[in-house]
Design a protein around this ligand. Structure first.
Ligand SMILES: Cc1cc2nc3c(=O)[nH]c(=O)nc-3n(C[C@H](O)[C@H](O)[C@H](O)COP(=O)(O)OP(=O)(O)OC[C@H]3O[C@@H](n4cnc5c(N)ncnc54)[C@H](O)[C@@H]3O)c2cc1C
Length: 312
């Protein structure tokens, strides 16, 4: 019989984590699969389990100084922006003011809305997606282009790591045995444009063959900062800084027509060496690389349209 804990407060949860090293269980949508029993019996988790989904301190979305913080146990349905889910969430006593919800960047909202299917998103969390550290993790790719940070707490205090440092390999992170993720932090200024594209076999519950996420910060019709990441093209989600640099300082004129085509070709050349997918049951390396590079043109034309629209 597995020993289970269901603490009401974060302090209690951290004490239990410290004393027992119990496995954190949020939505359980990864864990129930990881520990599934073949004969339809309950999952076979060895060792103690700590349920973190109802700890109210972890169910908060808030402005913290100049950053937006999304609590570890906020369901992805809320991040995805389903109005019904957000209303139900508010009624459940969870704390999130309308301006914090509205501030969730488009790339993250769209990635959350594409993860799994509606019922799954009511349980699944972003902390679970990040801790699971799959190179195909949908919200992970979005968090990479937002330079998001992971807030970790233990009984001894708090530390903050860039999500790109926290995830060290497929299924591997720097989470210590006595720590919990308490929130994901996204620093301001937030981007004013976001792009998300997941390529899978169907619309819901699709395994991600490849994903692309991008963000841009623009001012007076120019790109002041641009970030681009791909999922499922390496052991972790990757950023492509060489390609990103090519777009900085550009206006819509550089992104359309023959200039846009040249820029896309240069960005493809810059990104290509970093894109090293593998063949697996979801897709082939060749397909993944081709699609990833093709998406760069779509990213550029989508950003060009945004710049044009916002500089008239
Ligand atoms: C049918 C199906 C479809 C899916 N589709 C997608 C998809 O399209 N895209 C995608 O990216 N993923 C998908 N997934 C995977 C999964 O739903 C996501 O990774 C989800 O975000 C996991 O969140 P969770 O809260 O359920 O995590 P859990 O299963 O509860 O936990 C996952 C991991 O995170 C750890 N953890 C959870 N909370 C904390 C915390 N606060 N602190 C420290 N560690 C913590 C757990 O210990 C565990 O290692 C799918 C899964 C299923 C079953």
């Amino acid at each position: 019989m597995v020993n289970t804990f269901k603490p009401d407060t974060l302090t209690e949860a951290l004490r239990i984590r410290e004393e027992t090293g119990a496995l954190p269980f949020a939505g359980g949508t990864d864990l129930m699969v990881r520990y599934r029993a073949k004969n339809g019996m309950p999952p076979t988790i060895e060792g103690p389990v700590i349920f973190v989904d109802t700890i109210s301190e972890l169910r908060v979305i808030r402005e913290a100084g100049s950053a937006l913080e999304i609590g570890a146990s906020v369901p992805l349905a809320v991040v995805a922006g389903d109005p019904g889910e957000r209303a139900a969430y508010a009624e459940s006593g969870a704390s999130a003011d309308a301006s914090s919800l509205a501030a969730i960047p488009e790339v993250l909202r769209a990635a959350a809305a594409d993860l799994g299917a509606p019922a799954l998103r009511q349980r699944a969390t972003m902390a679970g997606n990040v801790a699971n550290a799959s190179p195909a993790g949908d919200t992970v790719a979005a968090l990479y282009v937002l330079d998001a940070e992971v807030i970790l707490a233990s009984s001894g205090g708090e530390r903050v790591l860039a999500v790109t440092d926290f995830i060290t390999g497929p299924g591997r992170t720097l989470l210590a045995d006595n720590e919990l993720i308490t929130a994901i932090r996204i620093g301001r200024p937030l981007p004013d444009w976001g792009y998300w594209r997941k390529v899978g076999t169907r619309r819901a519950n699709a395994l991600t063959k490849i994903s692309a996420a991008a963000s841009a910060w623009t001012e007076a019709g120019r790109i002041t900062r641009f970030t681009l990441a791909f999922g499922a093209v390496g052991p972790t989600v990757i950023r492509v800084p060489e390609a990103e640099a090519l777009l900085n300082g550009k206006s819509s004129a550089h992104l359309i027509g023959s200039a846009g085509k040249e820029l896309a070709a240069a960005a493809v050349e810059a990104a290509a060496p970093s894109i090293k997918p593998i063949d697996d049951q979801r897709s082939t390396a060749r397909y993944r690389k081709t699609v990833a590079l093709n998406l760069i043109s779509e990213v550029i034309s989508s950003l060009a349209a945004h710049l044009k629209e916002n500089n008239t």
